[in-house]
Every structure is written in structure tokens, then in C-alpha cells.
Write a protein that binds this ligand. Structure first.
Ligand SMILES: [Zn+2]
Length: 234
């Protein structure tokens, strides 16, 4: 038995991570998915996969994504339902960046019920705006190979220059402070009601996302264990 399978945890349902950009959901959701042996699902990846495989939905969303527009909810939900019908989703799955709106959350509940899953387990990544601004607006990217630096937390040896290849570091438009502030405000407006929705259902846990990656990972594993004791779904 390998070390990985020895520590494998069961999930058997949807695990949803809420939290603003920069809260570290991507890293943690990938790790938990690997640990539980279930798919890690982001809508972007699902759409790119459908486009690559040339499915009907893929052909519908390709021009929308090429124009850089938001894919309408009905297509998103169809994509999610199709994805959850694939055999690798039978033991649960981890969503990264989905659902984004209350409407999506309500529709997801209906899909989960149709597929025979109980309520999801939802974890809200809480972190102060100051820290998010530092994480996001401190990010500079190598113009040659895309290495990522943070001028506060992981600066290059020489300011403005990539350690690996000497490439010029640039700040992506999305990472400029004024854009970051707008992204965080948009997140608050759109996604905060989701946390309330799941809290009312008694399925919401929170982690302090200001902690280190290791500490947040430990907190998440505790939440999974507690959920097992609480309702026996795991
Ligand atoms: Zn570089």
C-alpha cells in the first residue's frame, strides 16, 4: 500500500470552497481532492475539457469563451450535471470557484439530490482585505516563462528581474491594486449571500485563510473529520 492510499480519506459528497481571490482555495482544493481520490472541478477546466473533446456543450461555449464573456448559468449547470454523471465522480468531488451565485447554489442542490448525494460540505476561507491586497497586488510575473513572484513575500533577488531566466517582471492588469480592489468588491457583492445560504442550512464551516498553507490544510482535514462525526456521510 502506498503512502498516499494509506492516508486516503472518504468524501462521498460535494465539497465546496468559498472565499475571495487570493485566499488560497485553488491549492487547498487540489490537495484535498488528491487526498480523497476524487475529481477537482473548476468550471474553467470543465469547459476547456468539453471544448477539447468536442461535445455539444463544448461547441456552444467555445465562441463565448473566445470572446472573453461569462458563460450563462444554464450552460454552466448543464456542464456541471454532465461532469457529475461521469464514473469518477461517484465518490464525491471538490469544486473550486463554483458555485459563484445564489442561483447556481440552489440549482446545484437540485442536481446533487437527483444524483443521490446529500447536502454539500462548504468551507468559507476568511481572510482580511489587507492581506489579500498584499497577496494579489504584490504579484509580479516573469514576461518570459511566467514564474510568479510577490514583492512582499517572495521577492526576486534583483528588483524587477526573474531569478530563473533574467526576464523582465510585469504586473498583470488583473493584479493592479485598483483592479484587485474591484475584484474583491465584486466578490463580496456576489458571493457573500452564498455563505449565508449555506450557513442557514447548517453546512458551512470556516477556516482562517491568513494561516500558512500547512495550517489551513490541517484545519480542513479536521473539518472533514468533524463532518463525519456530525452526520455520518463521510
Ligand atoms: Zn522567468
Amino acid at each position: 500500500m502506498s503512502a498516499v492510499s494509506a492516508v486516503r480519506m472518504a468524501l462521498n459528497r460535494a465539497l465546496i470552497f468559498l472565499g475571495p481571490p487570493g485566499a488560497g482555495k485553488g491549492t487547498q482544493s487540489r490537495r484535498i481532492a488528491e487526498r480523497c481520490g476524487v475529481p477537482h472541478l473548476s468550471t474553467g477546466d470543465m469547459f476547456r475539457d468539453a471544448i477539447t473533446r468536442g461535445t455539444d456543450l463544448g461547441r456552444m461555449v467555445e465562441p463565448i469563451m473566445k470572446r472573453g464573456e461569462l458563460v450563462p448559468d444554464d450552460l454552466v449547470m448543464k456542464m456541471v450535471e454532465q461532469r457529475l454523471s461521469q464514473p469518477d465522480s461517484a465518490n464525491g468531488f471538490v469544486f473550486d470557484g463554483f458555485p459563484r451565485t445564489l442561483a447556481q447554489a440552489e440549482q446545484l442542490d437540485r442536481i446533487l439530490a437527483r444524483k443521490g448525494f446529500g447536502k454539500p460540505l462548504v468551507v468559507d476561507f476568511t481572510v482580511g482585505e489587507d492581506l489579500l491586497l498584499r497577496r494579489l497586488s504584490g504579484r509580479w510575473t516573469c514576461s518570459v516563462r511566467g514564474e510568479i513572484y510577490n514583492i512582499y513575500d517572495a521577492p526576486p533577488k534583483n528588483a524587477g528581474i526573474c531569478d530563473a531566466d533574467g526576464g523582465k517582471l510585469i504586473q498583470r492588469p488583473d493584479d493592479r491594486p485598483e483592479v484587485v480592489k474591484e475584484r474583491l468588491a465584486a466578490y463580496e457583492r456576489q458571493t457573500k449571500p452564498l455563505a449565508d445560504y449555506y450557513r442557514r442550512q447548517g453546512v458551512l464551516d470556516t477556516v482562517n485563510a491568513a494561516a500558512s498553507v500547512e495550517e489551513v490544510g490541517r484545519a480542513l482535514r479536521e473539518i472533514l473529520k468533524r463532518a463525519e462525526g456530525r452526520d455520518g456521510h463521510l
